[in-house]
Design a protein around this ligand. Structure first.
Ligand code: NAD
Length: 412
C-alpha cells in the first residue's frame, strides 16, 4: 500500500487514501476542499474571529506500528518532515516496524490548598480518599459507566515563599479523551469537600499538563546497511550522546522529534501546546534537559532507537469531533483508542528523530532541506507551478538560494 506515494499526483494520492480508509465521497470532498472549516465554524471556536488559516496536510507512508499498517496524516508547514518520517519508517519496517506501548491514560488534576493549619490535613485527605473519589465520579456519568473516572488520590506539600501549601492530586482514567475538561470539572467539584476536610482554602483547581501517567514508549531497529553502514550508525550514536549531554543541542534534537509528533497530532486536532509542554518537562525530569530518544547498537550492529514521553491525546472530545478534516484524518489513521493514537504519534517522533540525526551525522541536513526550501523561495518569488522545480534546481546547483536570485530567474 502507498508505494511511491510521493510520485503520484493529488488525485491518485486521494484515490489511494479513500481506498485504504474506505472514505465516503463526502469525506473525500472534505479533503479536496481547502482547510476543512469555514468562517462560521471558526467564529464559534475562538473569539474575535476574522477568518481561517490553512496549513499543508500530507501523508507519511510505510508506518508499521505494533504489526499494523498506518498511513499517517501530518499537518505541518515545514518542508522535509513528511518525507523524512516516511523514509525512516520504511527502514524500520525491514525489522518489523515500531514496537510501542502506552499502558494507562490517567490525567492528573491538582487542587492547591492554602492557609492549612491542621498538621494532620494530608493524612485526613488520604483517609477520606474514597469519599472524595466517589464525589469526583458523580461529575462524569460517561466515564463512570465505562468503569473509568477518578481512581486515585495523592497529596504533597510544597514550601513556597508564602508558606506551606497542600497539593491534592486526583488521578482520573480519562479513557479515549484528552480529558482536560472532565479533570477540571472534577477538581472544582471536590474542592469544597477537600476544604472541609483540611480546614484550608482551595485556590487553583486545574489539570496538570505534565501527564506522567500517560507515558508512551517504544523502539525500532534500523538496519545498519540501510542506515548507510557502520560508520553512520556510530556517528548517529555520537550525535545522540551530544544531545543527551548538552542542552543547547538537546532542545534542537527534541524539536526535531516534535516536528513529527506535532504534525501527526495536529492532523487529528490534538492540543499540541499540552503535548509540547509535557514533552519538554519530561526531557528535564532528571534535573537536566536531555534527549527524549536514546540510540544504541544491537549485537548485529543495527541501530536501535527508543523513545519515551508523556502524550495526552484523545480520539473523542475537544475539536476532534468538530473539525471535519480532523475527523477524516482520524479515520485515515484507523485508530480505535487514544492509546493506539499515542503509540502511532510517538512512532512518528522516533522516525523523525532518526532521519534528522542520520542526515546530520552523514551529509548534513542542508542538502535535502535546501532543495525543498528552494521550491518555497521560488514560489514566494512568483514562479508559476511549471517554473518552480526548474528554478529551485538551478538555485541549488548554483549554491545561491535567495529571493533575489529566484526573482531574476522568474523574470528571465
Ligand atoms: P471534552 O470536554 O469534549 O470531553 C470529552 C468527553 O467525552 C468526556 O468527558 C466524556 O464524557 C466523553 N466520552 C465519550 N466517550 C468517551 C471515551 N471513550 N473515553 C473518554 N471520554 C469519552 O474534551 P476533553 O478531552 O476533556 O478536553 C479537550 C479540550 O480541552 C482540548 O481542546 C484542550 O485544548 C482543552 N483544554 C485544555 C486545557 C489544558 O490543557 N490545560 C484546559 C482546558 C481545556
Amino acid at each position: 500500500m502507498a508505494t511511491k506515494f510521493f510520485e503520484k499526483n493529488r488525485k491518485e494520492r486521494l484515490d489511494e487514501i479513500v481506498k485504504f480508509a474506505k472514505l465516503t465521497s463526502e469525506e473525500r470532498q472534505i479533503l479536496e476542499e481547502n482547510g476543512g472549516i469555514g468562517f462560521d465554524q471558526a467564529d464559534k471556536m475562538v473569539e474575535n474571529a476574522i477568518g481561517t488559516f490553512s496549513f499543508p496536510l500530507g501523508i507519511a507512508t510505510n508506518f508499521f506500528v505494533n504489526d499494523k499498517e498506518y498511513l499517517v496524516p501530518m499537518v505541518i508547514e515545514e518542508p522535509s518532515v513528511i518525507a523524512a518520517a516516511s523514509k525512516a519508517a520504511k527502514i524500520a519496517k525491514i525489522n518489523g516496524g515500531f514496537r510501542m506501548k502506552n499502558e494507562e491514560s490517567y490525567s492528573i488534576g491538582q487542587i492547591q490548598l492554602v492557609n492549612i493549619r491542621d498538621k494532620d490535613a494530608m493524612q485526613n485527605v488520604l483517609s477520606h480518599s474514597k469519599e472524595i473519589l466517589d464525589l469526583a465520579n458523580t461529575k462524569s456519568s460517561t466515564l463512570s459507566k465505562m468503569g473509568k473516572g477518578a481512581k486515585e488520590l495523592s497529596c504533597k506539600q510544597i514550601i513556597t515563599p508564602s508558606g506551606a501549601m497542600l497539593i491534592v492530586e486526583l488521578l482520573i482514567d480519562v479513557g479515549d479523551a484528552m480529558g482536560a475538561n472532565v479533570t477540571n470539572t472534577m477538581c472544582e467539584g471536590i474542592s469544597s469537600l477537600v476544604e472541609k476536610i483540611t480546614g484550608g482554602k482551595a485556590l487553583l483547581r486545574i489539570l496538570s499538563n505534565y501527564s506522567t501517567r500517560r507515558i508512551v514508549s517504544g523502539s525500532a531497529i534500523f538496519d545498519k546497511d540501510e542506515v548507510g553502514g557502520e560508520q553512520i550508525v556510530d556517528n548517529i550514536i555520537l550525535a545522540f550522546e551530544f544531545a543527551d549531554n548538552d542542552q543547547y543541542r538537546a532542545v534542537t534534537h527534541n524539536k526535531g522529534i516534535l516536528n513529527g509528533i506535532i504534525a501527526a497530532a495536529n492532523s487529528t486536532g490534538q492540543d499540541t501546546r499540552a503535548i509540547e509542554a509535557a514533552a519538554h518537562a519530561y526531557a528535564a525530569k532528571s534535573g537536566k534537559y536531555r534527549s527524549l530518544t536514546q540510540w544504541s547498537k544491537d549485537k548485529n550492529g543495527n541501530l536501535v532507537g527508543k523513545i519515551e514521553l508523556p502524550l495526552s491525546v484523545g480520539i473523542v472530545g475537544g475539536i476532534i469531533n468538530v473539525h471535519p478534516t480532523a475527523k477524516v484524518c482520524a479515520k485515515i489513521l484507523k485508530v480505535a483508542s487514544a492509546s493506539e493514537l499515542a503509540c502511532v504519534i510517538a512512532a512518528v517522533g522516533l522516525a523523525q528523530n532518526f532521519s534528522a540525526i542520520r542526515a546530520l551525522a552523514s551529509e548534513g541536513i542542508q542538502k535535502g532541506h535546501m532543495k525543498l526550501h528552494a521550491r518555497n523561495i521560488a514560489a514566494a518569488a512568483g514562479a508559476t507551478p511549471e517554473q518552480i522545480d526548474a528554478i529551485a534546481s538551478k538555485m541549488v546547483q548554483e549554491g545561491k538560494i535567495s529571493i533575489n536570485r529566484a526573482r531574476e530567474l522568474v523574470g528571465s
